[in-house]
Design a protein around this ligand. Structure first.
Ligand SMILES: Cc1cc2nc3c(=O)[nH]c(=O)nc-3n(C[C@H](O)[C@H](O)[C@H](O)COP(=O)(O)OP(=O)(O)OC[C@H]3O[C@@H](n4cnc5c(N)ncnc54)[C@H](O)[C@@H]3O)c2cc1C
Length: 645
């Protein structure tokens, strides 16, 4: 079974991705170039990722005291991904990118996540480099970001500390100016950092020449005290290896569109636009000089996602003194005290990426269990006269309960994929739409990002659990891949903001921001779908059900905040997140069903409409129970004394 028809349907029949080509930024693209990108990624994922997914799970990263050792397959996958050009797919031609719409980039990356979610850590590198393209100085972009886009360097995000996970205001890593003239360093104001960063993904390895850590730290005041809260947090580039560089092209990097001509003449012979690391723009000539004072304190041994190292890093403890002194050298990005705002640029992208990863792990389990169900004979149907023991066993896909488990998975995973691509389309709108459309997209993304991150993390994990169930006892063994998918997926409710934190972000901030305008915009989009569906006999009942669900969410939002007390409202933020998410997914499914209705492929159409019906019949009614405790500001959990547990 192939993922491609589902991707093609969602991209083209539903989202009309080709229409993006009418925008100046994407004018060189066409259905053919989009297909070429998808073909290439599908092939690399099939050849370099999927065959090694179990291997990277069983051969965990090892630290020999000097170096972290990873399987050769991880090196090969990393190289193939970098050579495809995907690290900079969305970047301008002028710096070697493809100016690919993010919608298509996200769809193409889905193949990798499904084939082996942890073998590559490209998402972190792209996010890191994108952040520098937005907030870094010109030198920081040329020296660090461009070398990340080319695959020579890789990137991390270093936020968490042992005592500061959800609560980033408690970050204790300190950054002090590095001697006289510290502010004149060509790479940005130079500081020395000391502190410990916990859980850092891809924090140590030999996959790339250098690792560019983006580190949150606090600059002490004149008395040496750290400013409490997030206001005191700044952002620093801390490379594993310090660098020196010549800049043969001083001046700003080419702007969007510039350089396109050069690229064309280079690539005209290779229609369509090739996926190749063609020309790395105007990067500086960079040499690694000495080891920076960043040391691996240990590798974390995880439940899943084992292909990527996860590390405790010590910054500035003196293991690798720089110029005879302890302290990791770091270069300030942007303004002091604005570090978290800069980091949010990376975190929002990362959250859509996490949602997509969760979705594709769910999808991998769905495909595996569907295949198993079609082949496993077990049991016989019950007819009016009982079972006919003499008849041959039927395949388990013929049992209604197995079909229920398969349809649940399909509705969670294909629905989640549609949601992620919808959000990716909003990112393109935000970047290339007219002023009003771009601002609407920004606000819609604010409201939808907690759902895009959390909903697949919870429900595509549930899909993985059902995939194990479909396999029976075999699913609980390592002979089949589904247990690994579940273990890999279990991470997604934890990192990039836990489920609880996302719920509080949604109910405590996102639905209230700008006087509730984001929520109103979303309601407007949902109502537009309802209006289209209500005139379609097959969809009218569902359109009405969605209308009622939307009204329930609106009423519960008001009721939750009726006392104005955050303690009352937020005690049930996760049930709110679940109900909000299910309502959003019902909307996405109804909208997808409108496109499916007119599509030609009969079995696929039947499948999509079946998954939509499953969602409306079995899932959407759950929101009543979730919203009831929200509306009542139920304190059953919040008020139970600790001693009573
Ligand atoms: C495999 C893996 C990879 C990671 N990669 C990175 C990375 O690359 N970079 C990075 O910086 N971090 C990374 N993290 C860290 C991750 O973001 C944190 O684990 C996460 O933010 C939670 O922090 P914590 O583990 O300290 O849990 P805690 O913050 O201690 O939370 C524990 C529980 O308490 C709940 N809780 C905490 N505070 C509140 C509150 N105020 N209200 C209600 N509930 C609350 C949480 O929801 C959670 O259920 C990674 C983690 C893992 C496991």
């Amino acid at each position: 079974m192939s993922l491609r028809p589902t991707i093609d349907f969602l991209l083209h029949d539903w989202l009309g991705a080709e229409s993006l080509n009418q925008r100046e930024r994407f004018a060189d693209h066409s259905r053919e170039t989009f297909d070429a990108v998808l073909d290439t990624c599908e092939r690399i994922a099939r050849e370099k990722y999927a065959p090694f997914n179990r291997l990277v799970d069983t051969q965990e990263p090892q630290f020999d005291g000097e170096r972290v050792i990873l399987p050769q397959a991880t090196h090969d996958a990393q190289k193939a991904y970098a050579e495809s050009g995907m690290l900079s797919a969305a970047q301008d031609y002028g710096i070697g990118g493809m100016q690919l719409p993010y919608t298509v980039e996200a769809a193409a990356n889905a193949f990798f996540a499904m084939a082996s979610v942890s073998i590559g850590s490209g998402m972190l590198t792209t996010g890191n480099a994108n952040l520098l393209m937005k907030h870094g100085s010109e030198a920081q972009q040329r020296v660090f970001a461009l070398n990340e886009f080319s695959g020579r360097f890789s990137g991390t995000m270093c936020l968490s500390e042992p005592q500061a996970g959800s609560s980033l205001s408690d970050v204790a890593t300190r950054a002090v100016p590095d001697g006289e003239g510290f502010e004149l360093d060509p790479l940005g104001p130079r500081y020395r950092l000391k502190g410990n960063k916990m859980w850092i993904s891809a924090g140590e390895h030999e996959l790339t020449e250098n690792i560019i850590h983006l580190v949150l730290a606090k600059i002490p005041d004149a008395e040496g005290k750290l400013v409490p809260g997030v206001k005191g947090i700044s952002l620093f580039i801390v490379p594993k290896w310090l660098v020196e560089f010549d800049n043969p092209h001083p001046g700003p990097l080419p702007q969007a569109g510039e350089g396109a001509k050069t690229r064309h003449s280079e690539t005209d012979a290779l229609p369509p636009l090739p996926l190749a690391g063609a020309g790395w723009g105007e990067g500086a000539r960079v040499r690694l000089t000495e080891r920076n004072d960043v040391a691996l304190a240990g590798l974390n041994h995880k439940c899943g996602w084992r292909g990527t190292t996860n590390t405790l890093l010590n910054f500035g403890e003196g293991k690798y003194p720089v110029k005879g002194e302890a302290g990791a050298v770091g270069y300030l990005v942007g303004q002091p005290g604005r570090g978290l705002q800069c980091m949010f640029h990376m975190m929002n992208e990362a959250r859509i990426g996490v949602g997509m990863a969760a979705t594709m792990l769910g999808m991998a389990g769905y495909h595996a269990s569907l295949d198993y169900a079609k082949n496993r004979p077990q049991g016989r149907p019950i007819a009016a006269g009982g079972k006919d023991a003499a008849a041959p066993q039927v395949r388990i896909i013929e049992h209604a309960d197995v079909k229920r488990m398969l349809l649940a998975q399909k509705s969670y995973c294909e629905g989640a994929l549609a949601l992620e691509l919808y959000c990716a389309r909003l990112v393109d709108e935000q970047h290339t739409g007219d002023t009003q459309a771009a601002d609407d997209a920004r606000l819609l993304l604010e409201v939808l990002t907690p759902i895009a991150k959390s909903w697949p993390s919870e429900w595509c994990l549930e899909a993985n659990s059902l995939a194990i169930q479909v396999h029976g006892g075999y699913g609980y063994t390592r002979d089949f891949p589904v247990e690994q998918y579940w273990r890999d997926n279990r991470l997604n409710m934890i990192h990039e903001g836990t489920h609880g934190i996302q719920g509080m972000d949604l109910l405590g901030r996102k639905v209230l921001m700008e006087n509730g305008k984001g929520l109103q915009l979303l309601a407007g989009r949902i109502n537009a779908t309802i209006q289209r569906a209500i005139h379609t006999p097959e969809l009218a009942t569902h359109a009405n059900a969605l209308g009622q669900a939307l009204a329930q969410v609106g009423a519960a939002t008001k009721a939750a905040w009726a006392t104005g007390e955050p303690g009352d409202a937020l005690a049930n933020a996760v049930p709110y997140l679940q109900a909000f998410g299910h309502t959003v997914l019902a909307w996405i499914w109804l909208d997808v069903a409108l496109a499916a209705q007119v599509s030609a492929d009969a079995p696929a159409r039947t499948g999509r409409l079946g998954a939509m019906r499953y969602f409306f019949h079995y899932e959407l009614p759950k929101i009543g129970a979730w919203l009831q405790v929200v509306s009542a500001r139920d304190q059953t959990c919040a008020s139970l004394p600790e001693a009573a547990f």
